[in-house]
Structure formats: C-alpha cells, structure tokens
Design a protein around this ligand. Sequence first.
Ligand SMILES: [Zn+2]
Length: 341
Amino acid sequence: MLKKIALLLCVVFTAALLFSFAPTRNRQKALRTVIIDAGHGIMPNGGYNGARGSFSYEDEICYEVSKKLVALVKREFPEIKIIETRPTKAITSLKERADIANQNKGDLFISIHVNAAPPVQHKERLADKIVTSYVGKGKKRRKVTKSVPQYRYYSTPNPAKGTETYIWGSHKNEDKEVALRENAPMLAEENYKEKYGDIDPNSPEFIALSLLKTKQFFKRSATLAGFVEDEFVAVGRTSRGQAQRSVGIWVLQATAMPSILVETGYITNRSEEDYLNSESGQEEIAQCVNKALKQYITWIEKQQQMNKGNALQFSTPAPAAKDAYSFLEMVDHHEHTRAAR
Ligand SMILES: [Zn+2]
C-alpha cells in the first residue's frame, strides 16, 4: 500500500511538473501581473496635481481611462492579476506607485497620462504711435514728432495634438522644459525630501541601475509602445510616435519591469480635450491600449517559444530590495527567473 501511494505521489508530482511547462499555460506565464497606473490625482488639500485644460483636469481623465482599461483587461484576460496604483481619485506619490509595482512583482507597468503644451506667445506690430513733444524755450520753442513702434502681445492655445508613448531611455539629452513640467508634481507631493532625498540620480548605483534596466526591459517596453501607437493610428488618432525619455519619468526607471507611459492626448487642445473627456473617447483609448496588450502577450509567447530549449530551470523567490545594489540584484534575479518560467 505504501509503495502504491509513493508511486501515485510520484506520478502526480511528475504530471504537475510537466503541466507547469505545458504551452497552454504560456499566456498565464507571459504576463501574470499588470500594473495600471493612473497618473496624478487629487492632493490632500483638494488641489489637482496634473495638467489642466480649459474645463478639465488631467487627474480625472487619467483616472477614468485607467478604470476603463482595468475593466477591459479583466474581461479579456481574467487570468491576469491587475494592480492599480491609484484605485481612488486621491493622489498616489510616485514613490508609492513604484513600490506598489515592485512589491507586487509586476510583469508590466502601464502609466496613463494626458499631455499639455504651453500657450503660443505672439508679438504683433501695430501702427506706429506719433508722439509729440516740444523742445526749446520762448521763440525757439518748436514742436517735434516721432513715431514709436507699437506692439500687441497675446497668446493662443497651443495647437499640439496627438498621442505619444514613452519608454525609459538613458541616452537622450535632457529636455529642461519636459523635466520641469513632469517633475513639478513630484515636488508638490508631501514629504518630498523624506521620500526622495536619498535617491541621487548621479550616484553610480543609480546610473548602473538605469543602464541595466534599460538593457533588460528596453526591448519589451519599446515593443509594447510601438503596438500602442499603432492602435491609436488604426482608430485615426494623430500619433507623435514612441519616444525615449531619460528625464522626468522617474516612475518608469523605478519600476523593475517593462514599463510604458502613454500620453493619451493634449488637454490644451480644445478638440482633444473634448475627446479626452468623452465616454467614447476614453473607451476608445482604453481599447487601443488593451489591443496593444493582446499583441504584446502574443509577441512574448512567441519569444518564449523560441527560448524554450534553455527555459527549464527552477525559480526561487526574488530577494526584497533594500538599497540600490540589492534592487539591482532583484531586477536581475527577477528577469532570470522570469526567463526560466
Ligand atoms: Zn502627466
């Protein structure tokens, strides 16, 4: 009897082992946990944190689009675990967003944002103004006139429109305007120094971490970003393409997984602001990202099929991150065990 039980256990164990590598489970393994990150949010003082348009706020659009995306992904991929970094309208700090993503061992990080462009400044020359004055005294007193150029200064809304998907890039030159704009919310958060004070972007650890992450996740992030923009084009949106940024998107480099940031349109362009606030517009954006996700999963599955030969290894739990170095190790470990799954 004992022998029979032992044999049975052996069979069950072998079967379980074989099943765990069966191709039918690939989808589940290609992508187990997806982090959906609604940008910005309402601050404790009630203020908005993101860009503003003529009648709406980025915070609210990010929230609505993300909720729609969550619903679509849940419906289409019930086996995927979805983690929201901002489940309510309240703000989540960038540090918390990255922590949530990393602690949940996300396989993918999708951040939803809305773009903004500063108003265009104009200087228009008007008719000269004739200025009269008198010089001299008594009989010598005479009238002099001179013409003074007149200008009118005014601004008009920036016509910039379209979508753009960002991935982390380490070789791009700094863009001060972008850095200023995107880092402002981080500085507005509470306990800024407490939370970010020990992160020195010029430290060797941080640079090494960035480089490593760039290498490991670059391909996946870039591929997904391309899929997202393709989907936007397919529904007739203006695509400004996919781009790499090395500044201003702290959360993309702080997440130990492939990550993208989708700028879904310009809140400063009135027709896009209308679109971004409409139910149909938000639904369309969510569907585009969801379709891109579907393509991404298929692509990962193909990659895994290609790497099948050297994929049979046992994985061990990843160590928790404490500092930049162990974080770096965790990233490395995470990627290796992912390849092994
Ligand atoms: Zn934003």
